[in-house]
Design a protein around this ligand. Structure first.
Ligand SMILES: Nc1ncnc2c1ncn2[C@@H]1O[C@H](COP(=O)(O)OP(=O)(O)OP(=O)(O)O)[C@@H](O)[C@H]1O
Length: 350
């Protein structure tokens, strides 16, 4: 049963449906990300949960209570937005204490909870500093501590790490997950960064044009994307247009071995395979011949584009300490047939 539930929730602005009839049940203690491209309705969804935007239709429930029309302050949720304005004239400790003061929590308990929270976000030694004396990542942690100190039933995060540089952002992803695990607060985070959503979340909700098109654990989302959009938005995907033949997909004169598919012979299909499911072989070996068109070194792996009869194919080669084939060299490509997934194109006879 969901701790936080959205049932048929929608938001229409003028004639435009920003969020269309979404259903979501978040379990207590779960970390869920809302992922999608700009304008898909992530922020609007989060703001409806926060109570900052009123739904046009549907129902929002929290711990069995209908909160659809409840005022934001009555919901008592923790909120951290992208521009997490800290109070500039207050120290770190005062910023974190603010919510407790508002709630008239007695002094001794307030001090204890602020100290606990600062220790949790590793900022105990910076308690007396002012926001301007902090780095971006430190400010971010103050904002999270300030939201969590009131022990909200749900923490709402809108692109909380988007102002940070790549390295710090990655560190903060680990931090955020660590903090969330230790406090156990049910958390919903908006992000347009698929790697961030995959690495932090228990489940990821993908939104496309106001709809939730897949709700799944990160691994399943990656391995079994529900839509063509998700397959390329989450990770990289080779997608090849072809025609179904018994046991494979005919693409431009060559037949690629694939997973079985429930498709009529001769139907138009799309075959998809992740770059890391393809293996580079010497020329003359493997299932498909090709020539390296480009090669990028990415540290942990190489990313090659291999020109083949079936089109250009992206291949990820793990860095084992040996250089793979160079640009212009002929190679072979191999794969386990089960990793080449086949789906009938919309409108094609099944
Ligand atoms: N107050 C508003 N009035 C009219 N249209 C709005 C309003 N707020 C949002 N929209 C529209 O609703 C749609 C969804 O917006 P939303 O901010 O939820 O998207 P998002 O997925 O969070 O995008 P981004 O990643 O760019 O923030 C967009 O088309 C947006 O232009």
């Amino acid at each position: 049963m969901g701790f936080l539930t959205l049932e048929g929730v929608s938001k229409v602005y003028g004639g435009l449906a920003a969020v269309r009839d979404v259903d979501l049940a978040v379990a207590r203690g779960e970390f869920v990300s809302l992922l999608g491209p700009s304008g898909c309705g992530k922020t609007t969804t989060l703001q409806m949960i926060a109570g900052l935007v009123e739904p046009t239709g549907g129902r929002i429930g929290l711990d069995g209570r209908d909160i659809t029309r409840e005022k934001p302050n009555r919901r008592g949720l923790g909120v951290v937005f992208q521009s997490y304005a800290l109070f500039p004239h207050m120290t770190v400790a005062e910023n974190v204490a603010f919510g407790l003061e508002m709630r008239k929590v007695p002094r001794a308990e307030r001090d204890r909870r602020v100290a606990e929270m600062l220790a949790l976000v590793h900022l105990a030694n910076l308690a007396e500093r002012y926001p301007r004396q902090l780095s971006g990542g430190q400010r971010q942690r103050v904002a999270i501590a300030r939201a969590l100190v009131i022990a909200p039933p749900v923490l709402l995060l809108d692109e909380p790490l988007s102002n940070l540089d790549a390295k710090l952002r990655e560190e903060m992803q680990f931090e955020l997950r660590r903090i969330q695990r230790s406090v156990g607060t049910t958390t919903i985070m908006v992000t347009h960064d698929q790697a961030e959503a995959l690495s932090i979340s228990d489940r990821v909700v993908v939104m496309e044009a106001g709809r939730m098109t897949q709700i799944d654990a990160p691994y399943r989302l990656y391995e079994q994307p529900a839509t063509a959009f998700i397959s390329t938005f989450v990770g990289k995907m080779n997608r090849l247009a072809g025609v179904w033949r018994d046991g494979g997909v005919a693409v431009a004169g060559t037949v690629l071995a694939s997973a079985p598919a429930d498709v009529a012979a001769g139907a138009a299909v799309t075959a998809s395979i992740r770059p890391e499911k393809l293996h580079l072989r010497p020329m003359g070996e493997g299932r498909l011949a090709g020539r390296v068109a480009s090669r990028f070194f990415l540290g942990g792996h190489w990313l090659l584009t291999v020109g083949t009869e079936a089109g250009d194919i992206l291949v990820s080669v793990p860095n084992t300490g040996e250089e793979p084939a160079r640009e212009g060299e002929p190679v072979g490509l191999d794969w386990a047939p089960a990793s080449l997934r086949v789906e009938a194109d919309a409108g094609a006879a099944a």
